[in-house]
Design a protein around this ligand. Structure first.
Ligand SMILES: NC(=O)c1ccc[n+]([C@@H]2O[C@H](COP(=O)([O-])OP(=O)(O)OC[C@H]3O[C@@H](n4cnc5c(N)ncnc54)[C@H](OP(=O)(O)O)[C@@H]3O)[C@@H](O)[C@H]2O)c1
Length: 210
């Protein structure tokens, strides 16, 4: 894939997995429009791209995150609302309140077992869950009953194709979107980079420069 002219090598390196995944989820399979409302979980790589893409398309984005500092940063990046899921563990109730009882049309499901049931409860009628993440483990066993009552979809998402990646690059250029890089580590600091990623303190992507 040709590196977009406007991006640095470090910025381009953030795209193939996290950005393409968020793109397939929201745009290719999610058909996202400005009329939609999106729930994004956390402020990691996939989540931050999802926030940027949805915001550029004019959708309202609600971000759940673990700290007040990250709430401020998410708002600066265009989040319509933010929820601290540490202090508001029943964040699905808050999402419904924020949306006037309706729920969100799209959930970017990144948590897995610890978040899936609340994601279903936060979803509006005719909504879509993009099943992407395993941040709290594999094999969620959510109660899916509500999905049939509200005519909802689950889209299983596995990254995306090179055609999708090419379209994403055009979108980034058209909307002048730059990846959010939390920190760039040298190759010698690779271990520290992985520790930083595992700590969850980052906002956006962590890069190791070769
Ligand atoms: N299906 C696919 O094709 C695909 C592609 C890429 C990634 N993934 C998966 O998607 C997930 C996210 O990937 P990533 O690269 O964005 O990871 P990441 O950058 O490491 O994201 C970690 C962040 O997620 C947030 N988080 C952790 N537990 C959470 C919870 N219980 N509720 C809400 N947010 C939580 C935290 O942010 P806060 O401090 O802001 O809460 C944490 O810093 C991973 O499980 C990854 O394996 C799947």
């Amino acid at each position: 894939m040709r590196i977009p002219d406007a991006l640095t090598l470090e910025e381009a390196a953030t795209l193939p997995c996290a950005a393409v995944t968020a793109w397939q989820a929201l745009v290719v399979r999610g058909y996202l429009t400005a009329d939609n409302t999106v729930l994004v979980q956390g402020a990691g790589g996939v989540a931050t791209f999802a926030l940027q893409f949805a915001n550029a398309l004019g959708a309202k984005v609600i971000v759940t995150t673990s700290s007040e500092e990250k709430r401020v940063r998410a708002a600066q990046l265009g989040a319509w609302a933010t929820i601290n899921y540490q202090t508001t563990p029943e964040w699905d109730v808050e999402v419904r309140k924020l949306t006037g009882g309706i729920g969100v049309s799209h959930v970017v499901e990144l948590g897995g077992p610890a978040t899936y049931d609340r994601s279903i409860r936060a979803l509006a009628a005719d909504g879509k869950i993009s099943q992407i993440g395993v941040l709290t483990g594999w094999g969620p066993q959510p109660n899916l009953s509500r999905l049939q009552a509200i005519n909802a979809d689950i889209n299983g998402i596995s990254v995306g194709s090179s055609e999708q990646f090419a379209a994403l690059n055009g979108f980034l250029a058209a909307h002048q979107i730059r990846p959010v890089i939390d920190r760039v580590f040298s190759f010698d600091e690779a271990e520290a980079a992985y520790e930083h990623l595992a700590s969850g303190r980052h906002f956006g992507k962590v890069v190791i420069k070769l």
